[in-house]
Design a protein around this ligand. Structure first.
Ligand SMILES: NC(=O)c1ccc[n+]([C@@H]2O[C@H](COP(=O)([O-])OP(=O)(O)OC[C@H]3O[C@@H](n4cnc5c(N)ncnc54)[C@H](O)[C@@H]3O)[C@@H](O)[C@H]2O)c1
Length: 271
């Protein structure tokens, strides 16, 4: 695939390196705040999507920018009919407007708040486990998430997706509670607090506990490479590229998420 990188910060750089390592080509980088010396050799740097004259050569654009920039970037890519994979978070208040623009232009977008393949598979393992455990009242359910002490938000977006998905699949659990409790949880509460310590890697754990035993399911992130790798898998899926280093086969039209990718990869889920 020929890839355009929109937003060349920490994630953009990792995606760029991972793409090259897999034999893809990165032709253009769009970022208004970096200089040419920060861009890999052979790659054109442009400040906006509109200014990037060779963007039409790209099969797909991978966008990791900033909350205030993502919606406009995706709309500008749609206008030029460049399929977009966006990992930027914090712009979802503009989702309806962005979806409308993508669909009206007959273009494509695949977005995810977490591109890690492991996390997306973990969601399905956790949701299936919740549905399986629901009839067994002796097993209480809860969990926790832990991250480094520089993380700005709490609970993590991943924790919210997990807790909300579990509530949907357990009759016995009605409401996620993320705060520390100074009382025992009430019936129906699903307790899922956050811990922030040192440089702990992102961890999400789900616990089913009975008087006799415990079942624990846990995902621990080791690095940001997993996000980049998932974004590249998503990009390949979006433009029907059969494998790393191979040519795109034509873009799917519409708005998609990692759920669509996993469905097609055959990762079974309890709806
Ligand atoms: N979905 C996921 O799996 C995932 C994983 C990690 C991070 N993220 C999200 O991705 C985003 C980027 O994360 P990061 O760690 O790379 O941040 P970063 O701050 O290191 O990089 C952001 C880059 O975007 C650039 N930028 C700003 N305005 C722009 C614009 N209008 N057009 C293009 N580029 C612009 C900045 O100059 C900077 O280089 C954040 O929203 C973060 O929460 C998502």
């Amino acid at each position: 695939m020929n890839i355009a990188i929109i937003g060349c910060g920490k994630m953009g750089r990792i995606v760029e390196r991972a793409a090259r390592e897999r034999g893809h080509r990165v032709s253009v980088v769009v970022d208004p705040f970096i200089t040419g010396s920060e861009v890999p050799a052979g790659t054109l740097l442009r400040k906006t999507v509109e200014e990037a004259e060779n963007l039409h050569e790209a099969d797909v654009a991978i966008e990791f920018s900033q909350p205030g920039a993502a919606a406009d970037n995706i709309k500008a890519l749609a206008k030029r009919r460049i399929p977009a994979v966006s990992g930027t978070t914090g712009w979802y208040g503009r989702m309806d407007e962005v979806k409308e623009a993508v669909n009206a232009a007959g273009s494509s977008l695949l977005w995810a708040a977490n591109f890690s393949l492991g996390v997306n598979i973990f969601y399905r393992i956790a949701f299936n486990a919740a549905a399986l455990m629901d009839p067994f009242d002796e097993y209480d359910a809860g969990g926790f998430e832990a991250h480094h002490n520089k993380k700005a938000d709490s609970p993590s977006g991943t924790a919210k997706t997990l807790a909300e998905g579990i509530i949907k699949r357990m009759e016995r659990k009605k409401k996620p509670v993320y705060e520390t409790l100074d009382r025992p949880p009430l019936p129906g509460e699903f307790h899922f607090p956050s811990l922030r310590v040192g440089s702990l890697p992102g961890t999400h754990a789900l616990v089913f506990d009975s008087p006799a035993d415990t079942i624990e399911i846990r995902h621990t992130a080791r690095s940001r490479e997993g996000f980049a790798s998932g974004a590249l898998v998503a990009a390949q899926w979006l433009v029907k590229c059969p494998g790393p280093g191979q040519a795109a086969g034509g873009a799917r039209r519409g708005v998609f998420t990692m759920d669509d990718v996993l469905d097609e990869l055959g990762v079974k889920s309890t709806k």
